[in-house]
Design a protein around this ligand. Structure first.
Ligand code: FES
Length: 124
């Protein structure tokens, strides 16, 4: 009897997240939806002070509320941190880690992205 094996290939597709003009102001929030771990989730993106695009699932790790619920000004250009508008948790951009606040030690779901001529794409 033939004993075969099942090979499953996982193909991680890029997703178009939103249209993002090259001259977007630093920190201006762009909202989108993304298929993330099999679920449709809200996301946000903005241009950081280094001129790179940052994107993450728009859910604070403290109360699972949108980071910009109270205010769209969640990017602190002085520190380069994301600041949750509800209780002020602060997150690093490079890995989403909460460095201070009520959810210290947890991390945002950072979405690797690539800007392609006015469009922001996830690359994972
Ligand atoms: S909901 Fe974000 S810090 Fe409380």
């Amino acid at each position: 009897m033939y004993k075969g094996c099942l090979i499953i290939y996982f193909h991680k597709m890029s997703q178009l997240l939103c249209v993002t003009p090259a001259d977007s102001p630093i920190g201006e929030i762009h909202h989108f939806e993304i298929l993330w771990k099999g679920m449709k989730m809200p996301g946000l993106a903005f241009l950081d002070r280094q001129g790179s695009w940052f994107a993450c699932i728009n859910r604070c790790k403290h109360w699972a509320e949108a980071l910009d619920t109270e205010s769209p000004a969640i990017y602190a250009t002085g520190t380069g941190l994301v600041v949750c508008s509800i209780h002020g948790a602060k997150f690093r951009l490079e890995d989403g880690l909460c460095v201070t606040g009520p959810c210290h030690g947890s991390a945002l779901d950072v979405i690797p992205v690539e800007w392609r001529e006015g469009e922001l794409w996830s690359i994972k």
